[in-house]
Design a protein around this ligand. Structure first.
Ligand SMILES: C[S@@+](CC[C@H](N)C(=O)[O-])C[C@H]1O[C@@H](n2cnc3c(N)ncnc32)[C@H](O)[C@@H]1O
Length: 227
């Protein structure tokens, strides 16, 4: 469990964003849901895993969806709640580990999103995150994941070599002290296909800025459905 690292990060942010605008890849997924899957973007029950300070949850609630946000950092959840109150919207924000059983009914969610949150789970927690997401999603419900990609990412490969973490394809991010997992396409497909049908899997390169330096990182964007 790396909860204290995330809590420290939100108290004194080095890498996380406290921005309020919805994340762009999430907006693109929502557009795809509406256009390609013909799902109206209101009155959906949505679970946001690792919701941070609520930029995606609050946006979804503003569209008139029923949103639950799980987050390990109390500081982040307090800020998310305050923002929801200012926007006069309702979101069920909870301090909850996404790698532990979810206090939600089976087949209760239309959509689950994980926007770069599950990378810092360990293998045991990841198994729970996968089975719990599958359990709470309705049949035909959609799952959006943005996660770190190993393929073609020179920074990830150097980090694994120089600062290896305790588990397979993990490294310790020295700035935050956080252990993160990266995925090859093969590993990603094998892991998620146990529970979901992968409809789209796209590799995307982004640049993250830290201490006046720009780092090139690769991400997977996955659109999935529960079969
Ligand atoms: C990179 S941030 C992304 C936040 C948010 N998804 C967004 O797009 O703004 C990752 C988030 O996942 C949260 N997180 C990490 N591990 C978690 C866990 N085990 N349970 C719940 N939240 C977790 C972190 O505290 C952090 O807010």
């Amino acid at each position: 469990m790396q909860d204290f690292i995330w809590e420290r990060e939100y108290r004194n942010p080095l890498l996380v964003t406290k921005g309020e605008d919805p994340q762009k890849d999430t907006l693109r997924f929502l557009k795809w849901l509406r256009r390609e899957r013909e799902i109206p973007l209101d009155h959906l029950s949505v679970l946001d895993l690792g919701c941070g300070t609520g930029r995606n949850s609050n946006y979804l609630a503003e569209l008139d969806n029923i949103v639950t946000g799980y987050e390990i950092s109390k500081t982040a959840i307090e800020l998310a709640k305050e923002r929801a109150k200012n926007l006069k919207i309702n979101v069920d924000y909870r301090v909850q580990n996404i790698g532990a059983p979810y206090p939600l009914a089976d087949n209760s969610m239309d959509v689950v999103i994980d926007v770069t949150s599950s990378n810092s789970l360990n293998e045991q927690e990841r198994e729970i995150y996968l089975s719990e997401t599958a359990r709470v999603l309705k049949q035909g419900g959609h799952f959006f994941v943005k996660t770190l990609c190993k393929d073609g990412d020179q920074n990830a490969k150097a980090l694994i070599k120089n600062n290896p973490g305790p588990e397979y394809d993990t490294y310790i991010n020295k700035d935050m002290g956080l252990t993160e997992r990266v995925f090859t396409e093969k590993d990603f497909r094998e892991m998620y296909s146990k529970y979901f049908q992968i409809l789209e899997l796209e590799k995307k390169t982004s640049y993250t800025r830290f201490k006046n330096q720009s780092y090139k990182r690769n991400f997977w964007l996955a659109y999935m459905v529960k079969f």
